[in-house]
Design a protein around this ligand. Structure first.
Ligand code: ZN
Length: 107
């Protein structure tokens, strides 16, 4: 990022504000970092779940479709291989996931 008044580049990784005006941005950055950390924690939880499901032999099965197949995708209740390659910890096939994301607000 370039300082518009001096034309100098500001090190965005610097933990200190160079100007008072940037303190607001810093607070926002900290907030973002906190949210990322939260997400990371969630992600680790998902990975843990995935490992448990490998042990249980249910890995790669959509947890919504396993009990009552909804036939939303060709491979139901199996999560399509491409999706597992992209998101190895996915617990839902894409149609179910999309339905859920419409329902709840996610970051
Ligand atoms: Zn499904």
């Amino acid at each position: 990022m370039m300082d518009p008044t001096t034309g100098e580049y500001i090190n965005e990784n610097s933990p200190y504000s160079l100007h008072m005006a940037e303190q607001g941005t810093d607070a926002m950055e900290r907030e973002k970092t906190f949210l990322y950390a939260q997400r990371e924690g969630k992600f680790l939880g998902y990975l843990d779940e995935a490992l448990k499901r490998i042990d249980a032999g249910t890995y790669g099965l959509c947890i919504e479709c396993i009990d009552e197949p909804q036939n939303l995708c060709d491979t139901c209740p199996l999560i399509p291989r491409e999706r597992l390659l992209a998101v190895p910890h996915s617990q839902h096939c894409l149609p179910v996931k999309l339905k859920q994301e419409k329902k709840k607000k996610t970051y």
